[in-house]
Design a protein around this ligand. Structure first.
Ligand SMILES: [Zn+2]
Ligand SMILES: [Zn+2]
Length: 388
């Protein structure tokens, strides 16, 4: 098992990669410099195969173990940054104005490179490690792009493991849970069309504003009355736009927008169906029409029970019995790691980043002291799972 002290030796090198990525952040599907550097480093480690351009800007590295096993274990890192102006003031702060690695993907990429270097040197496993450096986690579904490009079928990946830095959790600690861990995240837009006109003559109009207001109220009944109270879901109407700024005109068109989060694929299907039905029926009752555009975003991230127990065992082997909190509540944020977990048994863990500002803030600061714990867990998953 690759304990953190093995990675402590590699820490200065991995930290230098991490800070280089941090200085040169790139937005989704623009990770050209990052991907080129990842591929260059993988080749320098002597990995068996490096493929660039998978899922547009993704990179895949393949390392074959010493043993004859056939197990194929995938390890995933994400490479994209966010459109945020960095305020940390570090010497290695972003040199790309308005773009920042504020979600720690620079750290994820560097930690997986560290694991790759170790695995290519030692090869103390039987089977194959597939290292997945994906683009566009931040809303661009880079995981799906790589899967659509044949990632799982081409390399025969059987299990997938990934981690995410977690501010507020101590360095060296891991958090996870079996089952749903992160929410599905969908968006919707409802276009209500009626008959606009003079606000003083409502009887000659079909009031789109009143209809939209009734739809907002009606939608709240879905989570309150249709979803099983033992399940969790969020339906938030967040935007309302009219085609007229006037205070004496009933608008012809009102557009509502919002988000739906769930922890269960069945609840997600239910809410989508009820949302469309509720909006269109309320509009019809008013003599208006409602056109609903429901766009599915990331699915629910569901950790496989067996994969999660393996992930916990490896983390405990590294950090001791108290290293893992395996009973956390699910979080309503979304992760495109969900696309791997839909296809093959997978587990996702949070890795402690200490007491820092949250991800997606301009003060977020990835703590390089967490690197040995991330790299050793990633490498450890291969050594634990790819056995004869
Ligand atoms: Zn993020
Ligand atoms: Zn992230």
């Amino acid at each position: 098992m690759p304990f953190p002290n093995r990675f402590a030796e590699l820490l200065p090198e991995i930290t230098a990669w991490r800070r280089d990525f941090h200085e040169h952040p790139e937005l989704m599907y623009q990770e050209h410099r990052t991907a080129a550097r990842v591929a260059e480093l993988l080749r320098s480690f002597g990995v068996d195969e490096v493929q660039e351009g998978i899922g547009r800007t993704g990179v895949v590295g393949v390392i074959r173990g010493k043993g004859p096993g056939t197990k194929v274990i995938g390890l995933r890192a994400d490479m994209d940054a966010l459109p945020i102006t960095e305020l940390t003031g570090h010497p290695h702060a972003s040199k790309n104005p308005g773009v920042m690695h504020a979600c720690g993907h620079d750290g994820h990429t560097a930690m997986l490179l560290g694991a790759a270097k170790y695995l290519a040197e030692t090869r103390n496993f039987s089977g194959t490690a597939v290292l997945v450096f994906q683009p566009a986690e931040e809303g661009g579904a880079g995981a799906k792009a790589m899967i659509d490009d044949g990632l799982i079928s081409r390399w025969g990946v059987q299990e997938m493991y990934g981690l995410h830095t977690n501010p507020g959790t101590p360095i060296g600690k891991y958090k996870t849970r079996s089952g749903p861990m992160m929410a599905s995240a969908d968006t919707f837009q409802i276009t209500v069309t009626g008959r606009g006109g003079h606000a003083a003559r409502p009887h000659e109009c079909i009031d789109t504003m009143l209809t939209a207001a009734q739809i907002v109220v009606g939608l709240q009944g879905i989570v309150a009355r249709n979803v099983n109270p033992l399940q969790s879901a969020v339906l938030s109407v967040c935007a309302c736009k009219t085609d007229s700024p006037a205070t004496n005109v009933i608008p012809q068109v009102v557009t509502l927008g919002g988000t739906v989060r769930t922890m269960d694929p069945g609840v997600r299907d239910l809410i989508e169906a009820r949302l469309i039905k509720t909006a269109t029926a309320i509009a019809e009752a008013q003599g208006a029409t409602a056109e609903v555009l429901y766009e599915r975003g990331y699915p629910v991230t569901i950790n496989d029970a067996d994969a999660t127990s393996h992930a916990i065992a490896v983390a405990e082997a590294i950090g001791g019995d108290n290293a893992v909190d395996s009973t956390i509540d699910p979080v309503m944020g979304a992760e495109d790691f969900a696309y791997y977990a839909e296809k093959i048994p997978s587990a996702f863990v949070f890795l402690g980043n200490g007491d820092t500002a949250g991800v997606h803030t301009p003060d977020f600061d990835f703590d390089d002291e967490s690197i040995p714990f991330g790299s050793s867990w990633l490498a450890g998953m291969v050594e634990a799972r790819a056995v004869a």
